[in-house]
Design a protein around this ligand. Sequence first.
Ligand code: G1P
Length: 278
Amino acid sequence: MINKCLFPAAGYGTRFLPATKAVPKEMLPILTKPLLQYGVEEALSAGINNMAIVTGRGKRAIEDHFDNSFELESQLQGTPKEHYLTEIKEILKKSTFTYVRQQEMLGLGHAILTSEPLIGDEPFAVILADDLCVNDDDESGVISQLIEVYNQHKCSIVAIEEIPMDQTSKYGIIAGNLVNEMEDTFRVTNMVEKPESKDAPTNMAIIGRYILTPDIFDILRNTKPSKGGEIQITDALLTQAKKGKVIAYKFKGTRYDCGGIKGFVEATNYFAKQQDLI
Ligand code: G1P
């Protein structure tokens, strides 16, 4: 069973300055919902109710968002505006939120290591809320898909997508051997964080969805900073991959890179069209 989902949410969001000067980037809205809420909804739809969030200085709005707001609720109670809060209140009813602060920005691997007291000794899901994934009605969310793969292989799982070769320096890139004929699962043999295209083993990029087994914490403790002077989850996963313990899975659905303005606008347009707003 995967019971917990981790949301690393300590980054600065520099690409969205000045909007992110006082507002955490995870709280930027796609229409009326903050990015992080889409991630929480994806975890809930996979049957996960425990949300573990790694925050940092200046991120208190995240905790306030996933909490009751008595003043607002009593103001709206019995008015025609009450329904605006229905969805978020449902989420709060179903979920538990725990938080830890990352005191130094030492990379995604370090953020994940910081979450160890929230996760403990069990496999867990990770969602990078910047990567907003959407699915057709007949598909399940990406974390649900990864859990299915995990249940077969019982090792760490990364979601991947084929990207243009000139984009490899934005992602962790994997190489692997096909596990099944459907060409959607690979046993990972190599992983490189953000290589130049000439050094990239393939064009298969890791996107922000993982299932990690808890031995990752010990590995991370012993993982030296690399690319950008940061502790990379990709390096820690490579240690597992060398033992045949990482599966990469080509997920079904569409990912919007909301860590950048273009992807953010595309995601906004997607949801606006869904709601017949444009
Ligand atoms: C992180 C990971 C990278 C992965 C990416 C997915 O990078 O380090 O391996 O491909 O997320 O979004 P970031 O985008 O945080 O720089």
